[in-house]
Design a protein around this ligand. Structure first.
Ligand SMILES: NC(=O)c1ccc[n+]([C@@H]2O[C@H](COP(=O)([O-])OP(=O)(O)OC[C@H]3O[C@@H](n4cnc5c(N)ncnc54)[C@H](OP(=O)(O)O)[C@@H]3O)[C@@H](O)[C@H]2O)c1
Length: 279
C-alpha cells in the first residue's frame, strides 16, 4: 500500500514513518511547507497516488488556541475536512487523528466512542469540529482519538519531567486529572493494524490501556529512570492555572477496537518502560 502522511514530520508523524518502514510499507511524509492542509488543491495533489492518508497535521498549541481559535479552526477543522474530502474523491483510506479534549472530562467512567462531544477549550472545539467535518465529508474515514502522547520525535511530558529532575530537587504535578499516557510508536502501530484490518469508518480510541494521573505518570517516569518518585509532590488543578481548561477525566474506552477484533494498546506502565528502554 502507498501511504501519505500529512503533518508527517511531527511527533506522531516521525514514529509513523519508523513503523511503516519496519513494516515494509511505501510512504511519503509531507510537512506544512510541502502540503498545507488548509489548501484543498495542495492536498488533492499530495494524496493523488495514495491508498492510505494519515492526517497528523494539527494546531497542537492547546493554551495558545484560546487566543487564536480562528487560526486553529482553519487547520483542525477546515484542513481536516479538506483531507477527508480529497480522500473521498480519490478513494484513499483516510485516517484522521483527534483527541480526548473533545470530551467534557466529567465523571469517572472511560468515554465510549459514541459519547457526545462537549469540548471545554478552544483547541477541543476546533478538534470536535474537525471530527464532524471529517465524518460528514467521508463516512469511510477513521477518526482515531488519542491523548497524553509522548515519543522520541518532540518535546513532551516525559522529556519535561526528566529535564526538571535534573534542575530541581522536588517538583509539583497535578494529581486530579486522569488519562492514558500513550507512546506515539504504539499509536502508529495501532493505525497500521486498523488499516490492515480494514475496519469500518467511525471513531476509534488510540490510547494505552489502564489510566493514571499526571502525578502518577510523573512518579512512574522517575521510578523507571532510577530516580526517587517521592520527589514528585501532588497538587490540584486549581493550584496550577493554565489558559485552557483540561478535562479531569480523559480516559477513553476501547470497546470499538474490541468489537473490530483489533487489540488495544497494552498497559501504559509497560509501554512507558519499553519507551524508556529503547527511546
Ligand atoms: N501531543 C499530544 O499529547 C496529543 C494528544 C491528543 C491528540 N493529539 C493529536 O495527535 C496529532 C499529532 O500530534 P503531534 O503531537 O504529533 O503534533 P506535532 O508534533 O505538533 O505535529 C503536528 C504537525 O502538524 C503540522 N502542521 C501544522 N499546521 C499545518 C498545516 N496548516 N498544514 C500541514 N501541516 C501542518 C506541523 O508541521 P510543520 O512542523 O511542518 O509545520 C507539525 O509537524 C494531532 O492531530 C493532535 O491534535 C496529540
Amino acid at each position: 500500500m502507498k501511504w501519505v502522511l500529512l503533518g508527517g514530520h511531527g511527533m506522531l508523524g516521525q514514529d509513523l514513518q519508523a513503523v511503516l518502514a519496519d513494516a515494509g510499507e511505501q510512504f511519503i511524509a509531507f510537512g506544512s511547507a510541502e502540503c498545507d492542509i488548509r489548501d484543498l488543491d495542495a492536498v488533492r495533489k499530495a494524496i493523488a497516488a495514495a491508498d492510505v492518508v494519515v492526517n497528523c497535521a494539527a494546531w497542537t498549541a492547546v493554551d495558545k488556541a484560546e487566543e487564536h481559535e480562528p487560526e486553529a479552526f482553519m487547520i483542525n477543522a477546515v484542513g481536516a475536512r479538506n483531507v477527508a474530502l480529497a480522500c473521498a474523491e480519490s478513494q484513499a483510506r483516510c485516517v484522521h487523528i483527534s483527541t480526548d479534549y473533545v470530551m467534557s472530562g466529567e465523571g469517572a467512567q472511560p468515554w465510549p466512542e459514541d459519547a457526545p462531544q462537549a469540548p471545554r477549550s478552544a483547541y477541543g472545539r476546533t478538534k470536535a469540529a474537525g471530527e464532524w467535518a471529517v465524518r460528514q465529508a467521508n463516512p469511510r474515514a477513521l477518526v482515531v482519538r488519542t491523548a497524553w502522547l509522548y515519543g522520541a520525535g518532540g518535546p513532551n511530558f516525559v522529556t519535561t519531567m526528566l529535564r526538571l529532575a535534573g534542575e530541581r530537587e522536588t517538583l509539583t504535578v497535578v494529581a486530579d486529572q486522569f488519562g492514558q499516557p500513550t507512546w506515539t510508536r504504539d499509536l502508529a502501530d495501532l493505525i497500521l493494524r486498523l488499516v490492515r484490518a480494514e475496519v469500518p469508518g467511525g471513531y476509534y480510541h488510540g490510547t494505552s490501556s489502564g489510566s493514571t494521573s499526571w502525578h502518577g505518570f510523573a512518579q512512574e517516569i522517575f521510578r523507571l529512570s532510577g530516580l526517587d518518585p517521592e520527589r514528585v509532590t501532588p497538587i490540584t488543578t486549581v493550584e496550577f492555572p493554565v489558559p485552557a481548561p483540561r478535562p479531569a477525566n480523559s480516559v477513553l474506552g476501547h470497546d470499538g477496537l474490541e468489537a473490530s477484533g483489533v487489540p488495544a494498546i497494552a498497559q501504559w506502565e509497560s509501554r512507558l518502560a519499553a519507551h524508556l528502554r529503547t527511546g
